[in-house]
Design a binder for this molecule. Structure first.
Ligand code: AMP
Length: 496
């Protein structure tokens, strides 16, 4: 593959829109550099055996050609198909369990089954378990709770369930790798029966007895999955993975022994030229749609202050000039002079469950599409807001509407469906297809609900003249008001 002519497709940052980001040799070198650096820091605390295996829940999507003939795809897709991915395995002396055909199949469920099967086939050699984002590990083990019996049959017989795995290339690659292991299958079967009675607590150490830790991005929007991950990991340490974006790598976790809640990322000053916009908050609610920050002049890396919050700006080697990443970070300390950053939140992101990223603007477009159907009936959308429900699994979006006029239920069902399919963010679409985000829910609230919300804000000191309905909220009081005032609920049937 020619590294000089490639475009990365970001999953969307400041605007929540995908962007083409040029890719050069420097980009691939920094990827290799940060992975080797992170592996070195991890091995100081949690040494692993040379030549061992990694159970990686990784998935790549399709690459495509732009009109101008350049190859484009997501950074991870490119990385898993690159030389660097192979070099990293050789340099860190740890090898992934799954062949390329499993990683790049494009069929999420089939890949997960094969990752699990191969992970168990090599279980004695697995040194750690990883994925890019923590939710993939949680999702894989949730799937395992359902399919472990079939996996045991396949381990015992060296076979591959023909109903579960239909892709010929993947079948061949997996069947070429495995062979019958009846003793191992019986061991797994006994362990799973026991685990089932324990609600799968401690699944990882039980099934992968030599695993030293679980490694993944567990900060930011992934923090929600920590609880379930801890449940599966039992007493194994959870190590939080590094901080980067499609546009540039940013920092490495130099304290792998810290729990994910306390992790910081030491900025690597050579990855990009970093600047930091000092920001001061008026409100504590990071998920508020109102971007309530006051900005100061940007400062270089050498002038950041401990305890201060900043928005990151980067000038990259691939041509981005003073690019605002849209992330809010806090300087939590220094490592040999370079700041250690605490990831705080996305500055303008409002709706997110896992890898999806939708801004206020995206939501507005979606609601416009949905309410067009409503307008045909003569009814009117008075106000709306939204909430990402991550308490119930799988997480999903709830959109609250206050309507003036009478609308038939059939029409509201259509509105709900229309909004679900109108979110074009690839993270959302993929997650909906794989059901890691559940169907969109439309809640119709009683007339006056938004007036109640206004009253609530004003009662808490907001200026009426400046009040803007929060388009997304995680404020518990607000969510309670909205739910108390809900009179009808609809669930999308899209992606079924
Ligand atoms: P992408 O647009 O797909 O390149 O996603 C990059 C964004 O993902 C960053 O700007 C962050 O908002 C988020 N992200 C990446 N790494 C981490 C991390 N370790 N902790 C929290 N958020 C992260």
């Amino acid at each position: 593959m020619n590294f000089n002519f490639f475009l990365f497709l970001s999953s969307g940052t400041t605007e929540g829109r995908q962007k083409y980001v040029p890719f050069t040799k420097h980009s691939s070198q920094t990827t290799l550099q940060i992975f080797r650096l992170a592996a070195a820091y991890r091995s100081r605390v949690y040494p692993i055996r040379e030549g061992g295996r990694i159970l990686e829940f990784i998935y790549s999507s399709k690459q495509f050609k732009t009109k101008g003939g350049l190859t484009a795809g997501t950074a991870t897709t490119h990385y898993y198909a690159s030389e660097e991915f192979k070099i990293k395995q050789e340099k860190t002396k740890s090898f992934t369990c799954s062949p390329e055909e499993v990683i790049s199949s494009g069929e999420y469920k089939q890949s997960t089954y094969c990752h699990l099967l191969l992970g168990l086939f090599f279980s004695d050699q697995v040194e750690f378990i990883t994925s890019t984002f923590a939710y993939s590990i949680v999702q894989a083990f949730t799937a395992f709770e359902e399919c472990w019996q079939d996996i045991c049959i396949d381990v015992r017989e060296g076979s591959l369930s023909s109903s579960r795995i239909t892709l010929p290339k993947m079948r061949k690659a997996v069947l070429d790798t495995i062979s019958p292991k009846p003793y191992l299958a019986s061991k797994i079967e006994v362990a799973c029966k026991k685990l089932e009675s324990l609600d799968w607590f401690g699944l990882v150490p039980k099934l992968w007895p030599n695993a030293k830790y679980v490694y993944s991005i567990m900060t930011g929007s992934m923090q929600h999955y920590l609880k379930k991950l801890r449940h599966y990991a039992g007493d194994l340490p959870l190590v939080s993975a590094d901080y980067g974006s499609t546009e540039s790598w940013i920092g490495v976790n130099v304290d792998p022994s810290l729990p994910p809640e306390d992790v910081t990322f030491a900025v690597i000053p050579t990855f990009s030229y970093f600047e930091f916009i000092p920001i001061h908050r008026r409100k504590q609610d990071c998920n508020s749609a109102i971007d309530d920050f006051i900005e100061d002049e940007p400062v270089p890396l050498s002038q950041v202050k401990l305890g201060q919050e900043y928005e990151i700006v980067l000038t990259s080697f691939t041509g981005l000039y003073r690019y605002r990443l849209g992330d809010v970070v806090e300087v939590a300390g220094f490592h040999k002079g370079t700041p250690k950053l605490n990831f705080v939140c996305r500055r303008k992101l409002i709706l997110t469950v896992n890898i999806d990223k939708n801004t206020e603007k995206d939501l507005q477009l979606v609601v416009d599409r949905g309410s067009q159907l409503l307008n045909k009936t003569g009814a009117e959308l008075v106000d709306f807001t939204s909430h990402a429900d991550i308490v119930n699994q799988p997480g999903h979006y709830i959109i609250y509407w206050e309507i003036k006029g009478d609308v038939e239920e059939g029409v509201l069902n259509q509105c709900c469906h229309e909004m679900d399919v109108s979110f074009v963010d690839p993270g959302y679409v993929v997650s909906r297809r794989t059901n890691s985000i559940g169907p969109l829910e439309l809640c119709i609230v009683k007339r006056g609900a938004f007036r109640m919300i206004l009253d609530y804000f004003v009662g808490n000191g907001a200026a009426l003249s400046q009040f803007k309905t929060p388009r997304c909220t995680s404020n518990q009081v607000l969510v309670r008001i909205l739910n108390d005032w809900t009179i009808k609920r609809f669930h999308s049937t899209a992606y079924c």
